[in-house]
Design a protein around this ligand. Structure first.
Ligand code: DHB
Ligand code: FE
Length: 311
């Protein structure tokens, strides 16, 4: 079929009816956005001559995505999370807000309510005795280099198989998830295990979409952070460990140059003993700089639906 009907008055009137323009109730913003979205999709169907088979297979794929709560997994792969960051960065630049460690995407696998520890925490539950121990440490400072005592450092990462607790029911509650309150010198210390890279589940609807694009669904080994302190901008970020084959080929587009961190192998026996270990371990250091703000809204993470593990 090569007919083009999008620009006819009939279709244009139909779109207005569908978007509720003739109805007094509802939300004006929702009507405007849906009208635009539907118009773009109707036009696309016309331009690409999308067949009924193609349309309904897309609907079926979306049903599968929904069933597996996979929209949140696909969104980073389609660049939405990074695009929203690019918009926030551009807004910061336009407002002259500079300084501070750069943000990058939260990702879909955060769970609220992790245990809180003072200064130091062990993130892993000890069940994985074969993975290398990781000591993750750092200092939270303001843009003038002054330590921020008591800053909240929330950390979460995947296990050696790339799985996240809560979403991977084989792991214990809050495994590899903690909030650490930085000490009086702004320092935090976490003992954990080295995370593996993450891959979207093989054969999942998200994987199917990426395969259609000729892309993979792999992320480098990475560690997520929320960092906050009164009087400072809340920071959502993550570090990617250097040397991973996906560090610069992250399907979720979260890698930023300033956020690639070396994982340093420490073989010195005395150093190991000081950390209570009898073998080599890997040290990851991530110092964080928070920009100051008086704006209360900038001091908290943005609102979005997030998983909360039942106590
Ligand atoms: C996805 C998974 C992650 O662990 C992450 O940090 C970002 C995105 C995902 O499956 O889309
Ligand atoms: Fe992640």
């Amino acid at each position: 079929m090569t007919v083009k009907i999008f620009d006819t008055p009939e279709v244009q009137d139909f779109l207005k009816t569908v978007a509720g323009f003739e109805q007094p109730g509802g939300s004006e913003r929702a009507k405007q956005i849906l009208h635009r979205l539907l118009a773009d999709l109707y036009r696309l169907i016309d331009d690409f001559d999308v067949t009924p088979e193609e349309f309904w297979s897309a609907v079926s794929l979306m049903n599968e995505l929904g069933k597996g709560t996979q929209f949140g997994l696909l969104a980073p792969g389609l660049g939405f999370d990074h695009y929203l960051d690019m918009r926030l960065d551009a807004e910061d630049e336009a407002r002259g807000r500079t300084g501070g460690t750069p943000r990058t995407i939260e990702g879909p696998l955060y769970v609220a309510g992790a245990p809180v520890a003072e200064g130091e925490a062990r993130l892993d539950d000890g069940s994985d005795t074969t993975s290398e121990v990781m000591w993750l440490t750092g200092q939270v400072r303001d843009v003038n280099g002054n330590p921020i005592a008591g800053a909240q450092v929330e950390v979460w990462h995947a296990n050696a198989k790339g799985g996240y607790s809560f979403f991977d029911p084989s792991q214990s509650q809050y495994n590899l998830r903690r909030t650490i309150t930085a000490d009086s010198d702004g320092r935090y210390r976490a003992r954990s295990i080295i995370p593996s890279g993450y891959g979207v589940p093989e054969g999942s609807p998200t994987d199917q979409v990426l395969k259609l694009l000729g892309r993979h669904g792999q992320r480098p080994a990475h560690i997520h952070f929320f960092i906050s302190a009164p009087g400072h901008r809340h920071l959502t970020t993550q570090i990617n460990l250097a040397g991973d084959r996906y560090t610069w080929d992250d399907f979720a587009f979260a890698t930023r140059e300033e956020l690639v961190v070396d994982a340093k192998r420490i073989e010195d026996a005395q150093e190991a003993r000081l950390r209570g270990l009898d073998g080599p371990f890997t040290e990851v250091v991530f110092d964080v700089e928070l920009a100051a703000t008086d704006d209360a809204e900038q001091q908290v993470r943005h609102k979005r639906p997030r998983a909360l593990e039942a106590a």
